[in-house]
Design a protein around this ligand. Structure first.
Ligand code: ATP
Length: 232
């Protein structure tokens, strides 16, 4: 589904990613792990065209999308739930969702009705402002908005960050349901347990490149890799 070869990217003069490789397979969940500042968010931004790939290829089902505009990448069916959630605080929950439906394809599988059914908490908060939501509700709204784009690939950057354990559980259940429904996901996480429970495959980023690849079961069993690259 998603193949990245020899990606180089960064912020202007500051290069962060040097020769990163990544493979995400259709119908599976890939977790990208790595220490703080390893370049996980930077990689996500490069996939979405928010940062330029100064070298390398980013292919979606074989088509190189490096250099395309973010809008066009989203239209290819890639939805991004950023670490910052990026909901509109001055708009209501309903308005936040309606904005996403405008970009959705006509024959959408994820309709407003289905999304509200999936996140009943949001259906009770439709007329509340984005700024009135708890962190967990904001996260759910951000995921709901991404689903309304009817993505083939869902990118999630630290969906559990700053959330209470009970909310983390709820997010886990929702993402597990999406996985069971066949959604392909790439997940950046600091929460090792959350990530390895959900993911089939794991890539570890360190020193700006992919330093380890394997299954969740492999990395759970490999204490040396955890210690060296994650400080777990
Ligand atoms: P974290 O869990 O802390 O978000 P991460 O692996 O996602 O970690 P990135 O956010 O991708 O890390 O950051 C990678 C490197 O890029 C860090 O050294 C960071 O300081 C640097 N960086 C991030 N954003 C910018 C920016 N806007 N301008 C310059 N450097 C940046």
């Amino acid at each position: 589904m998603l193949e990245i070869d020899d990606l180089h990217t960064g912020y202007g003069e500051t290069q962060v990613i040097y020769g990163l490789n990544l493979r995400a397979t259709a119908g599976r969940v890939l977790a990208i792990l790595g220490r703080n500042g390893a370049g996980k968010t930077t990689t996500m931004k490069a996939i979405m065209g928010l940062l330029p790939a100064t070298r390398g290829a980013i292919r979606i089902e074989g088509k190189d999308i490096a250099g395309e505009r973010t809008f066009d990448i989203a239209r290819r069916g890639i939805a991004y739930v950023p670490e910052t959630r990026d909901i509109f605080p001055s708009l209501t929950v309903k308005e936040n969702l309606q904005l996403a439906t405008r970009l959705a394809p006509a024959s959408a599988e994820w309709t407003m009705e289905r999304v509200l059914d999936f996140f009943p908490n949001l259906s009770r908060r439709l007329s509340n402002g984005g700024n009135e939501l708890s962190g967990g509700e904001q996260q759910m709204l951000s995921i709901a908005r991404a689903l309304l784009m009817n993505p083939r690939l869902l990118l999630l950057d630290e969906p559990t960050e700053g959330l209470a354990p009970i909310i983390v559980r709820q997010i886990h259940e929702k993402l597990s349901e999406l996985k069971a429904a066949g959604m392909t996901m790439v997940l950046v996480e600091q929460n090792f347990g959350f990530a390895t429970e959900l993911a089939d495959d794991v890539h570890v980023i360190g020193r700006g490149e992919t330093v380890w690849k394997g299954s969740s079961a492999d990395i759970i069993a490999d204490k040396a890799v955890q210690k060296k690259w994650l400080g777990v």
